[in-house]
Design a protein around this ligand. Sequence first.
Ligand code: NAP
Length: 259
Amino acid sequence: MDLGIRGRRALVTAASKGLGRGCAEALAAAGVDLILNARGPEALTATADDLATRHGVKITAIAADITTEAGRARVLDAAGPVDILVTNAGGPPPGLWSDWDREDFIRALDANMLTPIALMKATLPGMINRGWGRVVNITSQSVKSPIAQLGLSNAARAGLTGYVGGTARQVAPHGVTINNLLPGIHATDRADALDQGVVKAQSITLDEARAQRAATIPARRYGTAEEFGATCAFLCSTHAGFIIGQNILLDGGAFNATL
Ligand code: NAP
């Protein structure tokens, strides 16, 4: 299917690895020029070079911490006007409800709520003026179904979801869509890091921890960054203009609900 976005420009943050990279790759395959960001320059440059070579699109790579004001300013300056924004950042650390103090919450809110909001505030006016735009926020299945040890993530992402619910309806008249993608378990470094916690707690191997978790998912496997990216690219396509303010769960059926 031609996604109808060849030649558009997209900013994808936290995109050198994992789900962000999956989104960047699918957009590049659709002919979209990219501004990519991550903190570590090495993996970021490798990803940018790889995608540019394989898909023949223009890529600008900016190494910066997207959760800081200075980092966002550098990325947004380099990006200029963009038609598509995919927001992403690392997830907060796991813990127990009683572990977290105010500063932990502020860090989580900064990374997973206020950073995507700041990126939207910076890029939405241009999209509105040009009468076309797409925003996809990478959030988490924890918005629908809390993950007890990820209380910081549950809280921050729920806040972002509330903001998007209203804002998506305010920008929709201008041809701009905002939607959230909610990953369940996907095979990335982040999933490995969470599985390592189970390895330690239960004295089992990483393969055993993965098998244990996969058994709880109706699809009996982890998702891939490629299938996640394909969904993101579809939401950014010309065909998805009537999808507004939705929270799309990609979890292999893990969330048990009829609707
Ligand atoms: P990942 O494989 O660890 O990749 C994270 C990417 O983000 C890397 O490119 C990393 O590069 C970059 N990054 C992290 N913090 C950053 C920052 N402050 N500024 C700029 N770039 C940053 O993670 P993932 O699995 O793709 O997860 C992406 C998001 O989805 C996370 O918020 C995660 O919590 C959420 N999520 C993931 C899953 C899952 O199963 N994978 C499930 C639910 C939710 P650098 O480290 O070099 O910056």
